[in-house]
Design a protein around this ligand. Structure first.
Ligand code: APR
Length: 311
């Protein structure tokens, strides 16, 4: 079987970790694309990882480019092109600049990678994935946003820290937009199948949910420049792997809704089955009135950002 091809659009902080993880997991060959001014960095990072492959014991060809012809025919495209947040900035503050970048990237990928599964990471996530779908006209199954996997990962990490148990045994779904309005579904969080609500007090759980909502900002403030990159990369790789291996994992991600949850025509974080068909199915969770209201509140924030794209 020929190796799969993974295109990384953006070779910055997240792009570099994506390349390392994709190689380490032998998901396929990696082509990292950046703007012409940064082509050397894309070439340098991928050569550096190539030189690590004998030590890692993996076979993956990695290369850097600024030419879209080199990413043509990719099976998966992960897009991180754009500016990251600085302290004091919200994800929405990035909208104007990153919209231009996403539109440019979308036009190029429409010509070169029409059959790929596209994973958008660039913030503000929910409006950028919407813009990418509008610009490319790709099917909703083949365009998804990476946010829920990360938000869930953060929620799981915080529960594990609190309880002193393995992160592997924690399931903690998060719905909604990738921002302060996201909805950690504490009612459905479990630890080894036991409801979290039976293991921790309501106050402790609320503190964890609040930290989850603000987790991206916590990292931005600690780093001082740039935003989180290890965990976003690991999250996007989880989605790519589920697609490439047809694992049909149930992963929360920004998916295009057409009636699910009573929402039409927007991307919002929901649990989705990701397999060889891309986003194959959206799972509808029965929500309480409070959860539904929180989800609608999150949708309003997403709608405001989407309106700004004028698409
Ligand atoms: N085409 C390709 N790459 C581009 C383009 C473009 N039109 N415009 C910018 N880039 C590249 C930059 O040159 C840079 O190398 O995107 C890269 C972004 O890297 P970083 O600035 O290091 O940002 P990173 O931390 O990787 O985050 C990228 O993901 O989580 C989001 O908020 C984050 O929007 C940000 C994105």
């Amino acid at each position: 079987m020929a190796r799969k091809k993974i295109a990384l659009i953006g070779g910055g902080q997240i792009g570099g970790i994506l390349a390392l993880l994709a190689a380490q997991k032998e998901l396929g060959d990696v082509v990292m694309l950046d703007i012409p001014d940064m082509e050397g960095v894309a070439k340098g990072k991928t050569l550096d990882i190539t030189e690590a492959t004998p030590l890692l014991g993996v076979d993956s060809n990695l290369s850097g480019t600024s030419n879209y012809a080199d990413v043509a025919g990719a099976d998966v495209v992960i897009i991180t092109a754009g500016l990251p947040r600085k302290p004091g900035m919200s994800r929405d503050d990035l909208l104007e600049m990153n919209l231009k970048i996403i539109s440019d990237v979308g036009k190029n990928l429409k010509k070169t990678c029409p059959n790929a599964f596209h994973i958008i990471v660039t913030n503000p996530l929910d409006s950028m994935v919407y813009a990418f779908k509008k610009v490319t006209g790709f099917s909703k199954n083949k365009v998804a946003g990476m946010a829920g996997v990360l938000d869930t990962g953060r929620f799981r990490s915080f529960v594990a820290m609190e309880l002193g148990v393995s992160v592997e045994d924690i399931s903690a779904p998060v719905l909604g937009g990738h921002g302060p309005t996201m909805v950690p579904l504490v009612r459905l969080a479990t630890v080894g199948g036991v409801p979290l609500t039976e293991l921790l007090s309501a106050e402790k759980i609320e503190a964890i949910a609040t930290r989850t909502r603000k987790a991206g900002t916590e990292i931005v403030n600690l780093l001082g420049s740039g935003s989180a990159f290890f965990s976003p990369a690991a999250s996007a790789i989880e989605m790519a792997e589920s697609y490439l291996k047809d694992k049909k994992r149930v992963l929360p991600c920004a998916a295009y809704l057409e009636g699910e949850y009573g929402i039409n025509g927007y991307y919002l974080g929901v649990p989705a089955i990701i397999g060889a068909g891309g986003v194959e199915k959206i799972i509808e969770v029965k929500l309480t009135a409070d959860e539904k209201a929180a989800l609608m509140n999150s949708l309003e924030a997403v709608k405001t950002a989407v309106k700004e794209t004028k698409l």
